[in-house]
Design a protein around this ligand. Structure first.
Ligand SMILES: NC(=O)C1=CN([C@@H]2O[C@H](COP(=O)(O)OP(=O)(O)OC[C@H]3O[C@@H](n4cnc5c(N)ncnc54)[C@H](O)[C@@H]3O)[C@@H](O)[C@H]2O)C=CC1
Ligand SMILES: N[C@@H](CC=O)C(=O)O
Length: 439
């Protein structure tokens, strides 16, 4: 049997500890599958004394990630620390500079430095694998980077954050509060070290930026994504959506348009009878629409130690099986130096359906005024209903809920701005975009 593939792991948290446990418990099977043993020989984390339920005897402990990346006698550096800057960034650069292969689950790092890191890896002939960085255990990177070669992709979208989907699902199904659901997602190891990245939509944006590049061949443009998280979504919205035949999901969507590439992350109403509406809890789903294959929908565990470690392990196994000096698949699907500049489609030009919920004073003429402001902006309505909300508040308020046919974002913004000036609005209007699967 060939020599062992020597692995150094930086970060022994939810994902790192699961990875070590799996590699140690399946050593024999992995050696047979990969044609050589896979051996963890070096590790580092913040706290050396913490009990992680893993056996670190005979594994060299390093004082920090950069130290490990620079000095350990390893073939592969596995980065499971997190964060786009700081130790993770410095250590991955140090490993690539030595020509080591790198495996990472760090979407923030790739979203902001992926092109540069891919250039270094390609210059050095090293592999930089990151299957776990998007949608946890779902092999979406391999699908886009390798399996769909030759297809022209028109849209990639999906549920890419397990924490948010877990929160929305439990709020809807069990009536739990947002805060309680988030705490539970943290306890289960789904959330980021700073959960604001999950609930404000940044984590989905990081993942979407990576998928956009793989799908469309542009340089990664993580800062050019329209971004709204789920912190504004109330149980009232979730119930109103259900009454209208929709469910609310945090979606990331990237699509080609006539004016450029549209990238957006926001709470979205999807039809209750669509597959994506049935994707519950920590499960993720990524849909890819392309010309040869048609629509591919991949559904699976999106976060958590084992799901994520499964993808990290797959990346390590690919390295174990790769032949030295063999032609490499470009890190981002296209050689990093050949990636095209990103041409952004403006969000104002987005076209789709909209749900608009307005709390208004109970006055004569309000309903007619709302309908008029819509008509003035050429917005065609699928439905408009008015409900009394006096049971929710002692004051004389009404709720008006509108669902539009496909319309321009710009028109909706103008109509809502006009309504805001009328003096009958109570609080801020709630606007949620509607996404329908391809007919
Ligand atoms: N938890 C999940 O479900 C998923 C996580 N990821 C990504 O995987 C990576 C790791 O995530 P988790 O395991 O959840 O994080 P975690 O917070 O549970 O673990 C992070 C580990 O890195 C170590 N660490 C942090 N800063 C360090 C430093 N400066 N020097 C040495 N060690 C340091 C910590 O001691 C800890 O062992 C992140 O990039 C995350 O975004 C990706 C997919 C899913
Ligand atoms: N915090 C992330 C972890 C996986 O990427 C999530 O909840 O999806």
């Amino acid at each position: 049997m060939a020599d062992a593939l020597k692995i150094g792991v930086a970060g022994l948290g939810t994902v790192g500890a699961s990875l070590v446990r799996i590699i140690q418990s399946r050593a024999n099977e992995l050696a047979v599958t990969c044609g050589r043993p896979i051996k963890i020989v070096a590790v580092t984390a913040r706290d050396r004394t913490k009990d992680r339920g893993i056996d670190l005897t005979d594994i060299e402990w390093f004082g920090g990630p950069v130290d490990l990346a620079q000095k350990a006698d390893i073939d592969v550096f596995v980065e499971l620390i997190g964060g786009s800057e700081g130790a993770a960034n410095a250590a991955v650069r140090a490993a690539l500079a030595r020509g080591l292969h790198v495996v990472t689950a760090n979407k923030a790092l790739l979203a902001y430095h992926g092109v540069e890191l891919a250039e270094i890896a390609e210059e050095k002939g090293a592999l930089l694998n990151f299957e776990a960085a998007v949608a946890g255990g779902i092999p979406v990177i391999k699908a886009l980077r390798e399996s769909l070669t030759g297809n022209t992709i028109s849209r990639v979208y999906g549920i890419m954050n397990g924490t948010c989907n877990y929160i929305l699902t439990r709020m809807e199904k069990e009536g739990l509060s947002f805060a309680d659901c988030l705490k539970e997602a943290q306890r289960l190891g789904y959330a980021e070290a700073d959960p604001a990245f999950d609930i404000e939509g940044n984590d989905t944006a990081h993942k979407l930026a990576i998928l956009t590049t793989l799908a469309f061949g542009n340089r990664i443009a993580a800062d050019d994504i329209y971004l709204e998280g789920i912190t504004n979504i109330s149980i009232e919205d979730i119930r109103a959506a259900a009454d209208l035949g929709y469910r609310i999901k945090l979606l990331g969507v990237a699509q080609r348009t006539e004016t450029g590439i549209e990238q957006r992350v926001h709470p979205t109403m999807v039809p209750l009878d669509s597959v994506i509406a049935q994707v519950d809890g920590v499960t993720n789903a990524v849909a890819i629409e392309s010309d040869i294959l048609g629509e591919l929908l991949m559904v699976g565990p999106g976060a958590g130690g084992n799901a994520t470690a499964s993808s990290v392990l797959g990346d390590i196994a690919d390295i174990a099986k790769s032949q030295p000096g063999a032609q490499r698949v470009p890190v981002l699907g296209h050689p990093a130096k050949a990636l095209e500049p990103y041409h952004k489609a403006q969000m104002q030009s987005h076209e789709g359906g909209y749900f608009i919920r307005l709390t208004v004073l109970d006055r004569t003429g309000v309903f007619a005024s709302v309908a008029t402001r819509m008509a003035e902006n050429n917005i065609s309505l699928e439905s408009i209903v008015q409900r009394s909300t006096q049971h929710l508040s002692p004051s004389h308020h009404q709720t008006i809920i509108l669902v539009t046919h496909a319309t321009m974002e710009d028109s909706v913004r103008k109509a809502v701005a006009a309504i805001k000036t009328e003096g009958y609005l109570v609080g801020d209007p709630q606007v949620i975009r509607i996404e329908r699967p391809k007919e």
